[in-house]
Write a protein that binds this ligand. Structure first.
Ligand SMILES: *Cc1c(COP(=O)(O)O)cnc(C)c1O
Length: 345
């Protein structure tokens, strides 16, 4: 495999000099800051946040065992997804390859950037066919998007297949591990050094319970991270997100307890769902949701809305005919859902 980041980058990005903020040019200790046209009043909100998120990155480094040069922090995972398109894909010319079905943001980011997506169907049991993914690559393919555990199917993709794709593609392979904490399979993070073209996405939105803070991560070799950092908005993470994120990251044990409860609830939810006559199939899940095939998905969806319970109707998505996607809630919330289902029979 021949990975050359300069060949892959768009020319305008290769030559781009980033905006240099006041906080870039001076970042030490000082008593008086008169360099950024800030208001001296209304402390601490008057100050711009650290554009490099140094303290927060140190904490992420400690939790994920990845050096800070290989970490990008963004406004959710959605930010690095968009930045990867902007850095590597020439509009109206290049393309990306993704599996189908998968997370909808890859497609939205592709459309926003006027990039074609070559979609490769998963098998009928949602497995990855690495050969078909590699066969969909053209000379203009810059990125392959994989998602494991996959959304909305819930299954982990075959690890050998993922590694086969990473090893046999000259462009970037993005592996989205948003649900990795709920999954028995290990993260690819320890393999980062082996694969210069691998980008791993994770997020604090799911297992860590911080969806409202908007804090996502990309891990990759330092050259890729340098490019993403160069083209991001200088102050992409505000003070509140950086401070509250740091505070909540001290609670890893709490996160682990939540995951344990959610996994137990997931198995209970699966067992219970199988008892209803309107349920055709419950797909196995390595995530904090289950995909359920039912008779009359729209009718059940609307019934639940009337009961003030909202699930996700995925029945119009490829390979997901008749399917609802149900997030695992608290034991009380899950019991409420089951009570609503009881009234249907
Ligand atoms: C929920 C989810 C994310 C998280 O997105 P954020 O922008 O970090 O909240 C990323 N990828 C997938 C596949 C998801 O389902």
């Amino acid at each position: 495999m021949n990975f050359d980041i300069d060949r892959l980058l768009r020319r305008n990005i290769r030559n781009l000099k980033p905006y240099s903020s006041a906080r870039d040019e001076f970042s030490g200790e000082a008593a008086v800051f008169l360099d950024a046209n800030e208001n001296p009043y209304n402390s601490p909100w008057n100050r711009y946040p650290d554009p490099h998120q140094r303290i927060l990155k140190e904490k992420v480094c400690e939790i994920k065992h990845v050096p800070t040069e290989k970490i990008f922090l963004g406004n959710g995972s959605d930010e690095p997804i968009d930045l990867l398109f902007r850095a590597f894909c020439e509009p109206a010319k290049d393309n990306v390859v993704s599996i189908n079905p998968t997370y909808g943001m890859y497609r939205v980011a592709a459309d926003t950037n006027n990039i074609a997506v070559n979609q490769v169907a998963l098998t009928s049991d949602f497995e990855l066919d690495a050969g078909s993914v590699l066969a969909a690559v053209t000379a203009e393919t810059k990125i392959i998007f994989l998602c494991s555990p996959n959304n909305p199917t819930g299954n982990t993709l075959d690890n050998c297949g993922i590694l086969q794709i990473i090893s046999n593609f000259n462009g970037l392979v993005v592996v989205d591990e948003a649900y990795i904490d709920f999954c028995p399979e290990k993260s690819l993070l320890p393999d980062l050094d082996k694969y210069p073209n691998l980008v791993i996405l994770q997020t604090f939105s799911k297992a860590w319970g911080m969806a409202g803070l908007r804090l996502g991560m990309a891990f990759a070799n330092e050259k890729i991270i340098e490019v993403l950092s160069r083209i991001k908005y200088p102050y992409n993470l505000n003070i509140l997100t950086q401070q509250k994120g740091l505070e909540l990251l001290a609670g890893e044990q709490l996160k682990n307890e939540w995951v344990k409860i959610i996994l137990k609830e997931r198995e209970k939810m699966i067992r219970n769902l199988l008892l209803y006559p309107f349920v055709i199939k419950v797909y196995p899940s390595d995530a904090n949701f289950v995909l359920v095939q039912v008779y009359d998905p729209r009718g059940i969806y609307n019934y639940l809305v009337d009961e003030k319970i909202i699930v996700r109707d995925r029945s119009s998505i490829a390979l997901c005919e008749g399917c609802l996607r149900i997030s695992i809630g608290s034991p009380e919330e899950n019991a409420t859902l089951m009570e609503a289902f009881d009234q249907l029979i």
